[in-house]
Design a binder for this molecule. Structure first.
Ligand code: MF3
Ligand code: CO
Ligand code: CO
Length: 256
């Protein structure tokens, strides 16, 4: 017996609308990502945008998390807490991750941004993280195993001489923030549950320049950094399994 929720048409429409709002928030914030700006300022803009659109942030108050977004710079893998003390400088790469709750439905997405001139390695890891997400998305269709998402991502990242974070995963999403199943970004071929139409979940691979292992900041309890201090990059979408493939619910640019 599977505990993966198959959503109804009505629920899917709600999740789609919330996902589109989260995607639009990522577009909105893009023009404010500049040298000299602090990440608390960006978070405030995100908070207002979500509120102005009749929704709330899923992260604000989630297990005590204090902000409306996660903003993760350079060696921060995920769950970076926006702060006045974190000021963007040329050469930084950052992930902004936004989860919205609109009419009770969740949408979860993140992408990378750059500040000024970035290194070749930084550009490369961003491209590899994006392609990792896209390879994972291409595995989404009824009858396929969830493990094949992690299989193709792991194989590709390894060929690019990068590593895949295994300590944080994608997840079912829509009715709740983190639903079943856990979506691993490195996995064995044909492992895990089978995808069925109406399932909604995230794919959100975190790709590391060096070692795959991470360490959570012992003072704030959230910020996860690469254990070797090297770069990390991540992209995330909320995906629906359709009758013959997938729909990228958080895509607002018509890319997929
Ligand atoms: N949005 C993140 C995810 O992709 C979760 C953030 S939880 C928080 O699953 F509490 F750190 F915000
Ligand atoms: Co997520
Ligand atoms: Co997220």
């Amino acid at each position: 017996m599977s505990d993966i929720i198959i959503k109804t048409e009505e629920q899917i429409e709600g999740i789609r609308r919330s996902s589109q709002l989260a995607g639009n928030a990522l577009v909105m914030i893009g023009e404010y990502v500049k040298e000299g700006v602090d990440t608390e300022y960006l978070d405030n803009l995100i908070h207002e945008f979500i509120q102005d659109n009749g929704a709330i942030s899923a992260t604000l108050g989630y297990n005590g998390y204090p902000k409306s977004s996660c903003i993760s710079l350079n060696e921060v893998v995920c769950h970076g807490i926006p702060s006045k003390n974190t000021v963007l400088k040329s050469g930084d790469i950052l992930n902004i991750d936004i989860t919205t709750i609109l009419n009770g439905y969740y949408g979860d997405t993140s992408k990378m941004y750059t500040v000024g001139d970035i290194s070749r390695t930084a550009q490369n890891i961003i491209e590899v993280a994006k392609h990792s997400l896209d390879l994972g998305i291409q595995q989404v269709r009824p009858g396929n195993h969830f493990g094949n998402i992690g299989f193709v991502i792991g194989r590709y990242a390894k060929a690019q001489k990068f590593s895949v974070v295994y300590e944080f995963c994608g997840h079912g999403v829509g009715i709740d923030f983190h639903e079943s199943p856990q979506v691993d970004h490195i996995a064995r071929r044909n492992s895990g549950p089978i995808m069925q139409p109406g399932m909604t979940f995230t794919i959100e691979p975190m790709i590391n320049e060096g070692r795959a292992s991470t360490r959570v900041d012992k003072f704030d309890g959230w910020t996860a950094r690469t254990s070797d201090g090297k770069l990390s990059a991540q992209f995330e979408h909320t995906i629906l399994v359709t009758s013959d493939g997938y729909e990228v619910l958080t895509d607002v640019s018509g890319e997929y």
